[in-house]
Design a protein around this ligand. Sequence first.
Ligand code: GTP
Ligand code: SPV
Ligand code: MN
Length: 606
Amino acid sequence: MMQMDSSLAASTQASLDLSAPSKVQSISVRNWIAQCVELCKPDNLYWCDGSSQQRQELYDRAVNEGVLIRLNQQKLPNCYLHRSNPNDVARTEQLTFICTPSEDMVGPTNNWMETKAAYARLRGLFDGCMSGRTMYVVPFVMGPIGCPLAKVGVQLTDSIYVALSMNIMTRMGDVAWEALGKSDEFTHCLHSLGDVNPERRYICHFPLDNTIWSFGSGYGGNALLGKKSMALRIASFLGYQQGWMAEHMLLLGALAPNGEKTYVSAAFPSASGKTNFAMMTPPEKYVREGWKITTVGDDIVWMWVDHESGRLRAVNPEAGYFGVLPGTNEQTNPTAMRIMAHDTIYTNVALLPDGDVWWEGKTEAPPANCIDWTGQPWTPDCGRKAAHPNSRFTAPTANNPALDPAANDPAGVPVSAIVFGGRRTRIIPLVYQAFNWNHGVYVGATLSSETTAAATGQVGVVRRDPMAMLPFIGYNIRDYLVHWFRMRKRMKDCPRIFHVNWFRRDDQGQFLWPGFGENMRVLKWIIDRCHGRAYAVETTLGWMPRARDIDLEGLNINVDQLEAIQTVENNSVKLELLSQEELFLKLAGDLPKEMVFQRELLISRL
Ligand code: GTP
Ligand code: SPV
Ligand code: MN
């Protein structure tokens, strides 16, 4: 760790005015910034205050620097396009590390670096990396202001795109200095683009130091350090220590025609439907009846047990959406289309001749020509994609016309159901309910999904992704699973746990279930189960609706087809059990006994 005081830093960087604004009251944060300046040697410091005036100044600057392209302001007010380096378009899990004194702390599913070795290696990279550049000081709060779990972070970055994105994704600016006050409790986030070279790219987490050092990437989860790095990896470790949970989940509110409000959270792996489910527009029939779905969050929840009620409550720590664009359109997600109509940064999409944007699936017919995400001329017959498969929009939650009224409530909302879901072409049925909490934890722990473009590497490979948290658990998965099992004992009335799969296909490769807004029909059954209403039959996997228990009215699917989507073959379950062994073997002697018992119970039901 760096152990220099601020006066030394100031003397070596004589030309740079280090004096922090008086609103920065924490001596600890002032010293840390001075140390990072000393290391990175920027030419300038820019203190981000979160004001709209400064935001405009930064957008103008980013346009002048060529980092952003101003889009058609009539069509898309305050919207900009960013093109990232083609080698830097997704999270890089193989370059992401948890750094602790001992390897056992990070377990078999994380990349490990020894703390001192990691600091030494990264200090070499950060040394002088910002010379000729501006260091942006980005103070931010994760969690609603006033929430007991809310946390301050400060990110130092040489990327203006990252600074502007953090302004959208978090509660950024003076509000964070106020929340921090004189305290020394903040997450130290140091970030540099470096030379954006995968050979020199490291995303390192030091949970014991409340510190994140990220070098060599400007992309999403690698660079917006409040998100995956702090609100999941660091926070999951804190939650384990303090008895709460940080999860890769959406959180939605479902308002029934009779005024009953049910909150449901759901963990689906990256690019597997969280944003879409969280912003779902129900089928017409449901809207007419008076159903309304509202969004609390689309990617991360923090959950704790409320002492008075004994129930699980949750908040969304973020203040923005960083959502997948391909496949998003007026039919699949009209709410998202409203959200990104203004004050939005588009990353790695195609630019149309009139300054609008396009991506695969935005419209049925592609544009006659455009500039693709790499800046090259594009026509429909050129054989390339116009937008990157992991292209995204960054937009504030305040843009959401269906934002839940309690989205910013520091007291959070009560969670009635937790849904796990994977992207599985075969075998896994549309929906089932776990028998109880412990069975539900097993269902979540053995969650499997086909890989997507959200992380670099092969796409479409089935992998185990426990709780959709494989890349985001900031400590040993053994302790993480034990934590899940133990949480039940803290609750008087725990959420019901479910499993869904919107992605099952037929032999022709067609989706068997229409998905998107039609998922309301499955959600309705889930909600009814939570309130002790809907019917279910006991099966090998868990409680399942009979075909007639899912409302199919107005849908082009009959009861026989639904039965096909729900079919579970014993032989397929056996294959699933065998493929779970990969995870079980990784954990080997550290496997929580509940996992073994649950597997044995499943085998006994075959
Ligand atoms: P991250 O932001 O990476 O965590 O992704 P996410 O889980 O929020 O996924 P998102 O909702 O953005 O969906 C990813 C892709 O899956 C998009 O291309 C969607 O169009 C598609 N998708 C989402 N929901 C459904 C569904 O119900 N059915 C089908 N067939 N596709 C879906
Ligand atoms: C994910 O990959 O799960 C995301 C996008 O939500 S990123 O912020 O890049 O991690
Ligand atoms: Mn995500």
